[in-house]
Write a protein that binds this ligand. Structure first.
Ligand SMILES: [Zn+2]
Length: 263
């Protein structure tokens, strides 16, 4: 072999290495393409199947919710302006009632009458003549809170007694018995004109107070407001304390300042 031939073989070898490399690479790439094509086809096939399965459901939904779709279209046609959204946001809190803190008493107007009718401690009546108001006081001796409205009512139940109205410390007047029914509040008693069975012709008002406590201004306001209402409805002859109609038995209404009462 002469030198020239050696050079030619060398050059050919040099040319052959990249050709081989690129040739192999091309083959690998084409394999890959085939693989991708196959998987793509499989995927497409799966999608198509899924689409075909979903189509009838979609159709049903469309039919059922034709109206909704229409509305949605309308909404899309008229997009909300930023002002509108702000307006809606402002209105939203009004829809829900603000939460009332459990331990905070809701302030009510003194003298407001709230019905809390009870089922014991009175005789049913209609058309009786009312001309007397008897003021009492009571507190809850059994519970933790002597001013507890529910506690006092529970005590009335226990003793099978009642009053027409119970004025709480905040000035709320709870109506326990309607005016026409005879509440059992006075017991053995006598008014200055000599009549007995005072329950028969009187309205009984209980004021929540302990034996050595003072009445609140709201309670006086409520009592006076109630007296005004009763005077409008009935020809009131007497407004007296329980102690004034049963002096040897009763001491309530404890600590009442009659100069604050319009009697
Ligand atoms: Zn009394």
């Amino acid at each position: 072999m002469n030198r020239r031939n050696i050079i030619i073989i060398g050059v050919l070898c040099l040319l052959a290495v990249p050709s081989l490399y690129f040739g192999l690479k091309k083959v690998q790439e084409s394999k890959k393409t085939v693989q991708i094509s196959v998987t793509d086809l499989q995927e497409n096939n799966d999608n198509q199947q899924a689409e075909e399965e979903a189509k009838p459901i979609e159709k049903n939904i469309n039919n059922d919710n034709a109206e909704v779709a229409e509305n949605q279209e309308k909404e899309i046609a008229a997009p909300k302006t930023p002002e509108k959204i702000i307006e809606e946001k402002k209105v939203e809190p009004k829809k829900t009632n603000p939460p009332v803190p459990a331990d905070e008493e809701v302030k009510v107007e003194a003298g407001k009458i709230v019905d809390k009718l009870i089922s014991w401690g009175f005789t049913k009546s209609s058309g009786r003549t009312i001309d007397t108001v008897i003021v009492h006081s009571s507190y809850d001796a059994l519970g933790d809170d002597p001013y507890s409205v529910s506690g006092i009512i529970a005590e009335y139940k226990q003793y099978n007694v009642s009053a027409h109205y119970l004025i709480a410390r905040d000035g709320t007047a709870y109506r326990l018995v309607t005016d026409q029914n005879i509440a059992w509040h006075a017991g053995v008693s006598k008014v200055p004109d000599g009549r007995t069975n005072v329950n028969d012709f009187s309205i009984g008002i209980e004021m929540i107070n302990t034996k050595d406590g003072k009445y609140t201004d709201d309670q006086y306001a409520a009592l006076n407001s109630l007296i005004v209402t009763l005077k409008k409805k009935y020809k009131i002859k007497y407004i007296l304390g329980h102690n004034e109609i049963a002096p040897d038995r009763k001491t309530d209404p404890w600590g009442i300042e009659w100069n604050k009462v319009n009697r």
